[in-house]
Design a protein around this ligand. Structure first.
Ligand code: GDP
Ligand code: IMO
Ligand code: MG
Length: 431
């Protein structure tokens, strides 16, 4: 039986999902996104060429694959067209045969983006640090049943009626809460009906299609966006995104049952990063963090913001393994640790004088958690040409052994550089 594999971020996003998805895409027939929107930035480096995917599954770079944007994704129609154009400009083939957008996916419209920006600005000290792409407001409309779905977006008459109502409602809030003049519905309706025509060929019932593909024995790769700790339920609420970026989001966001997920690959970066605000126990707001940021190129793929950096936090990773049922790790950016004299790993938290391995539910508790570190000797060698674990320096192997022991699960992949070829394949998850 064909295997279906999910790729899930086990930290706060930017773990290197794009690189691993690109690598796994070679073996898959279908690559599907289930949640998030263009808040995601997935980097794929092929040779000297770098592509950053925001909405379109990273598998699009491989010819002959079917890419699906599921019902759980929020789609900004302008952004997706722009992304399609950019990719076509790079020679990537995109057409309705290899890119499908769900009729049930909600649309991000200008009032969502304006609301995102105005509410962030008004938050002053308590800013979430969103990407400003309208993600939260679009999911809020979905939950409050005032959203517009792709299928209805294509129905000009219906779209214009709902859009007008929504803009009038949003404008009242813009004016009353933020003193902003708001938006003019007519221009937007015209502007978007042209865009809708360009997108029409791509909009399908993706639930029906993915099940047909299963029946044909196709292998599906689910491309997670964000990370487990940005999940609206399981993340560090309220400093989270507005979708379920943990495993359940795959099922609801694509209309697939759990039996169609055979492997869950957890992407674990060799250290921790976070863009945006919120507590971060193992953060190194010092020279160590700066050197990780410099060596790891830790700047947001979507907003260009410097990422906050810290040591690997195994309390978080263990929690992510539990919540998602991660079956194997794809450990990334090991090469970035080369050259450090000593490497720290957070193995527990100290909370009110007691050691704990539990990731707390409340932010107030997390703020009080102090990381308990284990220290290991580092290595000086460049590891980016390693093809097997045996090729790695002894201290790197010891480090990996300790992480595996703490995680309680094995590696499938160890990434030692940003290119496809710079990967140690421990186990091919599609085999
Ligand atoms: P994603 O959002 O999880 O797909 O990750 P991003 O693309 O936002 O950020 C990961 C960054 O690390 C990108 O610039 C990748 O090119 C890069 N990257 C991925 N894996 C490795 C690795 O093993 N080593 C190094 N040095 N860079 C990597
Ligand atoms: P990928 O898929 C890292 C963060 C934002 C902010 C919070 C809420 O590339 O890993 P939002 O715009 O979603 O309402 O912002 O979530 N965030 C990400 N951080 N990687 C991402 O995606 C992210 N998507 C959202 O920085 O803190
Ligand atoms: Mg990213």
């Amino acid at each position: 039986m064909a295997k279906n594999v999910a790729v899930i971020g086990s930290q706060w996003g930017d773990e290197g999902k794009g690189k691993i998805v690109d690598l796994l895409s070679e073996k898959a027939d279908v690559i599907a996104r289930a949640q998030g929107g263009n808040n995601a930035g997935h980097t794929v480096v092929v040779g000297e060429k770098k592509s950053i995917l925001h909405l379109i599954p990273s598998g699009i770079l491989h010819e002959g694959k079917v890419c699906i944007i599921g019902n759980g994704v929020v789609v900004d129609p302008k952004v997706i067209l722009q992304e399609m154009d950019e990719l076509k400009g790079q020679g990537v083939k995109i057409g309705p045969e290899n890119l499908l957008i769900s009729k049930r996916a909600h649309v991000i419209l200008p009032y969502h983006i304006l609301m995102d920006k105005l509410s962030e600005r008004s938050r002053k000290k308590e800013k979430i640090g969103t990407t400003g792409r309208g993600i939260g407001p679009a999911y809020s409309c979905k939950a409050s049943r005032t959203g517009i779905r792709m299928g209805d977006f294509l129905d000009k008459e219906l779209f214009t009626i709902i859009l007008k109502k929504n803009i009038e409602r949003f404008n009242r809030t813009f004016s009353a809460s933020f003193g902003d003049p708001g938006l003019e519905p007519l221009g937007i309706a015209e502007d978007f009906s042209e865009i809708a025509e360009q997108l029409r060929p791509f909009v399908k019932d993706t639930v029906g299609r993915i099940h047909e593909l299963f029946d044909e024995g196709r292998k599906v790769l689910y491309e997670g966006a964000q990370g487990s700790f940005l999940d609206i339920d399981h993340g560090t609420y309220p400093y989270v995104t507005s979708s379920n970026s943990t495993i359940g989001g795959i099922c609801t966001g694509l209309g697939v049952p759990p039996q169609r997920i055979d492997e869950v690959v957890g992407i674990v970066k060799a250290y921790t990063t976070r863009v945006g605000k919120g507590p971060f126990p193992a953060e190194q707001d010092n020279g160590v963090g700066e050197s990780l940021r410099d060596k790891g190129g830790e700047y947001g793929a979507t907003t260009g913001r410097p990422r906050r950096c810290g040591w690997l936090d195994m309390v978080m990773v263990k929690h992510a393994i539990k919540v998602n049922g991660i079956t194997a790790m794809a450990f990334t950016k090991l090469d970035v640790l080369s050259g450090l004299d000593r490497i720290k790993v957070c193995v527990a938290y100290e909370y009110e004088g007691k050691k704990t391995m539990q990731f707390p539910a409340r932010l107030k508790e997390l703020e009080k958690c102090r990381p308990v570190y284990e220290e290991m000797d580092g290595w000086k060698e460049d590891v980016s040409s390693a093809k097997t674990i045996e090729d790695l320096p002894e201290n790197a192997r010891k480090y990996l052994d300790r992480i595996r022991e703490l995680a309680g699960i094995d590696y499938a992949y160890i990434s030692v550089g940003k290119r496809r070829s710079e990967t140690i394949i421990v186990r091919d998850v599609f085999a």
